[in-house]
Design a protein around this ligand. Structure first.
Ligand code: HEC
Length: 267
């Protein structure tokens, strides 16, 4: 009887402990998802899309390498990984005065960065691991004009970032949309499950060289490149994986043939 009571008590305790663990996990994820109301744009990043990687690398070299480096990457390595020949890397990606064996360091030196922006533009080698692809994609779509900031730009995903909108010529100029017209007609997009559309935060007040769809593609390719950059060996692993599977299949076939050969005379 006493034994039964103890077992029962233990059971109750166990249930209480697992319940509280569940609750704390649930509240933690709720906070993480809330993230002070930052709205992220949905995106699928496919790091095996070679065309996206090539385009992203070009955008990176053209628009980012002036301020940011990717100090763990050499230009030479991009040749194999991105499906380019070394000549193509020289032609499309290598800035003047640099060698193929050089690492992708920033053109600007760190001290100047601090002087101009108040902070040194960080190395971007691992930024995709720290921030995630969706955050990065949303960041480049969420710059808006803000006269109160020193460089005239602000960002809803990274409020008060000291980085200007370097691709504004491509995207055009966004401003924050007026959201206080609560008496107005609700937006069409609000109807599906109450999820606000992040794009509704902005209005394009000056068109860019690219259409909104083209700009989204540019950003998606750039983020694909940044995700690759944060773990270049993922491409090799994938390719090697295919060879390993082929080898195993061949080996299994040979083993089966051998077995058939051995057992033929036994029966
Ligand atoms: C004119 C210089 C400049 C250029 C060009 C530039 N950035 Fe930046 N970037 C900065 C500065 C400065 C910061 C630091 C912002 C801060 O911490 O307030 C920054 C911050 C960032 C961050 C946030 C890092 C973090 O996790 O805190 C990312 C991501 C980033 N830049 C990506 C890019 C990409 C990709 C490009 C090219 C499309 C680019 N930047 C071009 C100056 C620049």
């Amino acid at each position: 009887m006493v034994k039964l009571m103890i077992v029962n008590k233990m059971k109750n305790q166990l249930i209480a402990v697992s319940l509280s663990i569940c609750l704390s996990i649930a509240s933690f994820t709720a906070v993480a998802a809330g993230d002070e109301g930052v709205q992220l744009f949905p995106v699928d990043i496919n790091v095996f899309d070679t065309a996206a990687l090539q385009q992203g690398a070009r955008t990176f070299v053209d628009y980012c390498l002036g301020c940011h480096g990717a100090n763990y990457m050499r230009f030479k390595r991009l040749a194999g990984d991105l499906g380019y020949s070394e000549e193509e890397v020289e032609q499309y990606l290598l800035p003047a005065g640099r060698e193929l064996v050089d690492t992708m360091t920033a053109a600007m030196d760190a001290e100047l960065g601090v002087e101009v922006f108040g902070t040194d533009p960080p190395d971007l080698s691992l930024v995709a691991r720290a921030r995630g692809g969706q955050w990065l994609y949303s960041y480049f779509l969420s710059f808006y004009e803000d006269e109160e900031r020193a460089l005239g730009w602000n960002n809803t995903v990274f409020p008060n970032a000291s980085m200007p909108h370097v691709m504004w010529e491509l995207q055009g100029v966004q401003a924050l949309a007026h959201q206080d017209d609560s008496h107005g007609e609700p937006h069409g997009d609000d109807s599906h499950g109450g999820h606000p559309n992040p794009a509704d935060q902005f209005e394009l007040i000056e068109a860019g060289l690219q259409s909104p769809e083209e700009y989204q593609r540019t950003v998606q390719d750039l983020v694909t490149f940044l995700v690759y950059l944060s773990e270049p060996s993922q491409l090799q692993r994938h390719r090697m994986g295919i060879w390993v599977m082929l080898f195993l299949a061949l080996f299994a076939f040979l083993a089966w043939m051998l077995k058939a050969e051995y057992w033929r005379d036994v029966h």
